[in-house]
Design a protein around this ligand. Structure first.
Ligand SMILES: NC(=O)c1ccc[n+]([C@@H]2O[C@H](COP(=O)([O-])OP(=O)(O)OC[C@H]3O[C@@H](n4cnc5c(N)ncnc54)[C@H](OP(=O)(O)O)[C@@H]3O)[C@@H](O)[C@H]2O)c1
Length: 321
């Protein structure tokens, strides 16, 4: 089969489209023909080995040689003791823990798979898993957004931001989206009430207070986030610099206590089993998946660069054929 492989951390040029053996499903696994796989910021990070947390499990060389974690496709065959799905079933999954989606076929533990939601295309289903899990847990489970609250989504024009902005609006919040200048109109189109270009304005220094800051691109000191929270507010770190992550982990729980401000890491539980609310809202037409680009497997390196350099508005999806 064709796959996009790499053997060392680096820029997209280290990726090669090549022929490799089609994997054989092991015990409890299913072989899936990949029809669509979305590109995530985590692919970009694990490609380059930056930030350092992207090297967990592979400090010097990549642990997995084929990236791609959010897949949708059709079951081709099932291994021993894999009884939940049959050849021909349409499925989707988040396979972040073992990757392998930038390929024509991938073996997936049957427990990671779910039937494709009725009414969604392969592309829409592949766009949902990681970005959707971050949005649902960031806005609802951990963010606990209430009507009338002020919510700021830093990195609101990317994959997770696309769902987070829409969910926060549906839940009745007044939403501010922060991203680069190219994405301001996009965030408005998703429903953001206010937008900020991060190159022109530091949202932690503009005097506004928020009940929730969902931070998909965290590069500021934890004290700056504390300043931007209203009393009782929450700050959730999703991705960004290791320096900010360490501050959030080490001093976050202490520095906001007096004003009941919570500064925490959002440790996202990945897996399509966490997506039910978003799948239902998508099926009802209340949440839109915006697919910025569709590309073939041969264009994965360019697609990763496009996303990594901050041009993608919504999701980039790699499609078969
Ligand atoms: N915590 C967890 O358990 C967990 C689990 C899975 C993934 N993640 C992380 O989640 C993060 C976000 O994922 P995603 O899919 O939403 O990424 P994405 O699609 O790349 O979106 C991130 C957005 O942030 C923008 N951005 C970059 N620097 C910024 C800044 N200083 N201020 C404001 N916006 C900025 C980016 O645009 P520009 O590049 O143009 O600036 C981009 O639009 C990734 O870092 C990923 O590793 C965390």
């Amino acid at each position: 089969m064709k796959a996009v492989v790499y053997a060392r951390y680096g820029p997209p040029e280290v990726l090669r489209l090549t022929d490799v053996d089609t994997p054989v499903p092991g015990d409890g696994q299913v072989l899936v023909k990949v029809h669509a796989v979305s590109v995530n910021a985590s692919d970009w990070e694990v490609l380059r080995g930056k930030p350092l947390y992207a090297r967990i499990g592979g400090p010097f060389r990549p642990r997995h040689h084929i990236l791609g974690s959010d897949i949708a496709g059709r079951v081709a065959s099932a291994g021993r003791n894999a009884t939940l799905f049959r050849p021909g079933d349409d499925v989707f999954a988040d396979i972040f823990s073992h990757m392998g989606g930038f390929a024509e076929y991938v073996c997936v533990p049957q427990t990671a798979l779910a039937p494709m939601p009725a009414g969604l295309t392969y592309e829409q289903a592949a766009a949902l898993p990681q970005a959707g899990a971050i949005a649902v847990q960031g806005i609802r489970d951990k963010g606990q957004v209430q009507p009338g609250q002020k919510v700021l989504i830093n990195g609101g024009g990317g994959g997770s931001g696309m769902y987070a902005v829409q969910l926060a609006k549906l839940d009745g919040a007044e939403v501010t989206g922060v991203d680069n200048a190219e994405k301001l109109e996009f965030m408005r189109s998703l429903g953001a009430d206010h937008v900020i270009d991060y190159a022109r304005e530091d949202f932690t220094a503009n005097g506004c207070g928020y009940d929730l800051i969902l931070d998909l691109a965290a590069y500021r000191p934890a004290f700056a986030y504390r300043r931007s929270l209203r009393p009782g507010g929450r700050y959730l770190y999703v991705g960004g610099s290791v320096a900010t992550l360490l501050q959030v982990l080490l001093i976050g729980p202490l520095i906001g206590r007096a004003e009941r401000k919570r500064i925490r890491l959002l440790a996202v539980r990945l897996g399509v089993q966490h997506l039910d609310p978003l799948v239902e809202l998508s099926q009802a037409g209340k949440i839109t998946t915006v697919i910025d680009r569709r590309v073939p497997l041969s264009e994965v390196p360019a697609a990763l660069r496009y996303l990594g350099e901050g041009h993608a508005k919504g999701k980039v999806v790699v499609t078969a054929g």
